[in-house]
Each structure stands twice: as C-alpha cells, then as structure tokens.
Design a protein around this ligand. Sequence first.
Ligand code: NAD
Ligand code: HSO
Ligand code: ZN
Length: 428
Amino acid sequence: MLKTYNYSDLSAEDLQQLVKRNVDPANEIRAVVEEVISNVITYGDKALLDYAEKFDKVQLEKLYLDQAEIAELADHLLPEQKEALQLAYQNIYKFHQSQLKTEGKVETMPGVTCWRELRPIEKVGLYIPGGTAVLPSTFLMLGVPARLAGCKEIVVCSPPQKSGKVNAFIAYVAQLLDIDKIYLAGGAQAVAAMAYGTETITKVDKIFGPGNQFVTKAKTIIQSTTGTAIDMPAGPSEVLVIADHTANPVYVAADLLAQAEHGIDSQAVLVTTSADLLKGVQQELDKQLAVLPRAEIAGKAIENSYAVIVADLKEAMTFSNAYAPEHLILATQDWSLITDDIINAGSVFLGNLTPESAGDYASGTNHTLPTSAFARAYSGVSVDSFVKKITFQHLTQQGIQNIGPAVEILAELEGLHAHKNAVTVRLA
Ligand SMILES: NC(=O)c1ccc[n+]([C@@H]2O[C@H](COP(=O)([O-])OP(=O)(O)OC[C@H]3O[C@@H](n4cnc5c(N)ncnc54)[C@H](O)[C@@H]3O)[C@@H](O)[C@H]2O)c1
Ligand SMILES: N[C@H](CO)Cc1c[nH]c[nH+]1
Ligand SMILES: [Zn+2]
C-alpha cells in the first residue's frame, strides 16, 4: 500500500521532507566507501580480488575477461536474445548519433572569429551494475555514446557473478561495442580502481554509470579527491507518475513496480487528481506484487514510496518539479497541456501507452539519469557527456585593431598590465 498525503494539507516544511531522498543520513555508506577507496589505493589489484571475495562471494583467478572468453560466453545467447539486443543497440545508436552536431563559426566583429570543436575524452570508465540484477542495457547506454564520441580507451568494470565471469548478455554487448576486455570489479572498489588506476586497470579521465549507493557515493568522493570527472550521481532508480482519471490503474501500478523492483531503496511516487484512480492503483499493486518474482524487493520499495492527491494537473506538476524525479510519467490523455510546465526531470514518458521500460531498454533515449533530485541541475548521459567542447578564436590585423583598444581599457581597469601589453605590442 502506498502511504497517501493530500497536497493541500502539506506545509512547506512537510513538502520539503517529502521530496527529500534519505540517502545515507548517518554517513554509514560513506565510511565503508572511504575504507574501500583507501585499500584500493594501497593494495591495488589485491584489494579488488579481496573485495570480490568479500562482497561478490567469488574467488577470482584473474581480474578480467579477454576477447576469447567474451566470445565463448556470448555464444550462449539465443537468436531472439541477440536480435532484441541488436534492436536496442540500433535505436540507441540512431538517437545518440543525432546529438553529434557541429557548430558554425561566429564572427563577433570584423576580423574576430570564434568557434567550438568537439574532442572526445580520451580515457573513459564505464560501470555496468551487476549486484541485484545484471544490466546489459546499461552497457549499451554507456558504450554507444562513448563509441560515437570516439573515446580512445574504454575501460569497462562490472561485478563478477557467481561463475567468476559476467553473464552472456554483457559479453554479447561487449562484442556489439567492439570492446575486448571486461574487468571483474564491482561497487566502490571498481570506481576507485578506475579513478586511481591499479596494476591492471588504467586510470581514466571520467567515470560513467549508475549503481547502488556504494557506487554512487564512491563516484562523488573520487570526483572531489582526484582529477577524475563523473557523469552525475545516478543512484537508486526512482519514478514519479502523474495520473488523472484518464489513466489506467493497471498500467500505473505496473510502471510503479517496474522501478520499485530495482532495489529496496528505489522510490515510486504517484501524484494523482483522482481518488478513484488511486484506489484502483492500490488494488493493482497488491495484485501484481502477488505474482512478481522480485516481490520482496519491490514490496519494500513500495513501502518506502507514497501517493499525493492534488487538485489538478498544474498542482501535480508543481509537486513533481519540487521532487525533480529521475523518470516522470504523464499518465493522462492531456499530457500535451502540461509538458511546458516541466522544469526538473531526467527523462519524460508521455501518455498512457508509453511505459518507462521502453526508455530503459530500447526506444533510443539514455537510461543513465540523475537521481536524488540532481535532475534540478544535471542532464542524463548523452554523447555530450563523452566529449569536451573546446573553444577556438582567430584574430586578423583588422580584428586586433577592432577589439584591441577595448581589451586594453578592460585590462587596465583590472590592474593587469601584462594583459594590456600583450595587446599593445600587437597594435604598435
Ligand atoms: N539512475 C540510473 O540511471 C540507474 C540506471 C540503472 C540502475 N540504477 C540503479 O543501480 C543500482 C544497481 O545496484 P546493484 O546493487 O544491483 O548493483 P551494483 O553493481 O551497483 O552494486 C553491486 C556491488 O555493490 C557492492 N556492495 C554490495 N553490498 C555492499 C556492502 N554491504 N558494502 C560494500 N559494498 C557492497 C559490491 O561490490 C557489489 O559488486 C540500483 O539501485 C538501480 O536502481 C540506476
Ligand atoms: N530504470 C533504470 C534507470 O533508473 C534503468 C534500467 C536498466 N534496466 C532496467 N532499467
Ligand atoms: Zn528500470
């Protein structure tokens, strides 16, 4: 059962509490992660092997799978499984390829030309989750834009499974992406290894990928302690569904459970204008949970979730913008009336026939998205995440004559005479 609140009864303080994600309030995750990072810095590969035993319950002989081992694993896939992964690959490729746009040159004044050029980030690290569920779809979501951007070195880490390997789907995606090594490391230790480097794992310039609270905490820590960038905090999955009387309770419950089954710390929020719809969704949640294989996980996440009754769709959107969800579903026939009001969301799913699962796997958009209200300021992963945009400028004789006197005055007013002189010597 979803706990229920009436929007009109909520004080500003209640609202603030309600939209707050309870991420590591006692810093317990941080303490574990700091120790893991410190051990990876000190002991390198040995720490990774030890953590594989401790956290993943597997004794590894070596820390990676090579091309031949990947090919052997990928061989186990059924034709229809390969076709489904290929379809997802193609749609993700098409959508992300459209992001590779070059910008024109701008003459800001005669003889002064400025422009930007894209350059790939050279070494990138991709984290592919594999704890409670192995996510080959995430490998596609990160690998396709990395390849399109032209990154030279792509380091891939994923937790080892009980077999001491990755699963066959991850192996097949590695083949689709032309990646010939997968490192068997998960959690905070994988993030630390990619940020600091070990005997076998290359230190990278930027780390990408979602993960549980250990992974996400490690990413935020190494971002501030090393020169390694991160895509964004992409932690436990969350969804907010705005639904009115035109929504189907069966679909809404299914969408809420789809994110709830990711982990007990996932959150699924329903914001509705209709008490009848809410009643139907509550009944459906019970019905669908009764036959869901991951019911224990999803049920706990639902306990950690809630519903809010609002007066109208505008009010629903006000709540949603305050929550800033990773995924926002507009389960209403009138979705087009409120899309302009969306301010904060990672990815949006419009109408009653657009399940979030479509975007999770195969429509083409990226599923690596900001959680915990980071959608207020961050975008999801795209080709842009894998490139730098370097600015260029060129001045002609006419250009330096046109811009020079103003630069001299500005440098002088800042008291920076060497700056002024760099122009003066050219004007002489
Ligand atoms: N925001 C997004 O874009 C997005 C996308 C996909 C998945 N996700 C989220 O990613 C997460 C995946 O989590 P997961 O656990 O299945 O896989 P994971 O790969 O993120 O984490 C597994 C690893 O966590 C470490 N770990 C587990 N318990 C630990 C402990 N007690 N102490 C220290 N380390 C420990 C282990 O090393 C293990 O290998 C889910 O929360 C899911 O919702 C988010
Ligand atoms: N919903 C997740 C992002 O929060 C992505 C995913 C992968 N597989 C299934 N779902
Ligand atoms: Zn999902």
